[in-house]
Design a protein around this ligand. Sequence first.
Ligand code: PFF
Length: 445
Amino acid sequence: MAKKREQWGSRIGFIVAAAGSAIGLGNIWRFPTVTGQNGGGAFVLLYLVLVFLVGIPVLMVELSLGRKAQRNPVGAFKTLAPGTLWKWVGAMGVAAGFIILSFYSVIAGWSVAYIFKFLLGAFTGLSPAGIAQEFNALVTHPVIPLLWHGLFMLLTAGIVVLGVAWGIERWNKILMPMLLVLLIVLVVRSVTLDGAREGVYWLLRPDFSQLSFASVLTALGQVFFSLSLGMGAMITYGSYLGARENIPGSAVYIALADLAVALLAGLVIIPAVFAFGLNPETGPPLIFLTLPAVFQRMPLGGLFGAMFFFLLSIAALTSAISLLEVVVAYFVDELNWSRAVAAPVLGFAIFLLGIPSSLSVGPLAGFKLWGMPILDFKDWFTAVIMLPLGALLTVIFAGWVWGRRRALEAAGGGRPFVLADFWYFLVRWLLPVALAGILFSGLSR
Ligand code: PFF
């Protein structure tokens, strides 16, 4: 007799947990960065359109597959298409979870370290060059970043080991409201700075001359990463849903929450950067280098800085939980491990896999894969190759293998839903073409 599968305790608990997975480094670090590099308002508008046209439909597909199969990504494809190669799509998702978490946790570790740096006044009085030195001293150290990475993995595994309702759901319900409060305080602080208005305009006023085909692809990649799509995280979270839950409605809430946090994070970072006359186009160091420069010039900056990195760490933790859960669910469902063993053992394995990522910023900087340091390679390989490929194959499965009747029935739980035909049209035609496009351009970069 199979054990009864765990389930979410409530609909709202599920939505908060899925939003917790979606809202992460992708919203607070990556979104303002890519918006900064792609000209502001027009990119925001483009992103908005793609969330509705691509993000929500793919999210509905993943949640429906998971709910129908009541299994981890590998088991889901095995159940829905027995004896075929489709299970390898699930396997690629589990592998992606393993790899993404191994560098995600390293960056999250830096964020946790920054909370303490701000509280201890490590940036007080430093010039931008001094801040850069402080950042480099942290990330290039051979041991210290590993301790933060280890601490972060310990927290992640410590929550996942408690199970779906009692661990993942309960902790998301504690952490996500904290995140929202911190975010609102920081938005108010940022937009009320002298000179912030320019930044708000820059973020909201579309200048379409700044958009290129490459921005479309960047925006699409951002949609996937931000909504945790293409690697079975949402298949896994969907597998803990009961038959009667409304998937289309939940998908809209999850995507709107994710979008709102990305926009609010933009409203924290960009106006503050403008107010202090700094450049929003600096790319990835924006958060770890430019922001400390902003905070240390405002009154109570140490406190606001600590708040910001606490917020970032919470966002990363609730996403890391979902990444680890994908891997844990696979070992529990398919290999009959107990959760009590799977969470710590796999968490430790991911910690080990993260060590080269961490060292690749310091002592191993000379070692390159495909011309990139290990951490950048893992980021590129997962975000540009594995997630779009996973999402592409998943929509092909729903649109062409599952087919219209089964797809509509799985998403609606047997009931009709708004725009059902449009959704299926996107899944069968538009999305496969669009996703094949990203993947191709990613490969030919
Ligand atoms: N959505 C997360 C973020 O925006 O930071 C990252 C992520 C989490 C990607 C979980 C994939 C995933 F399965």
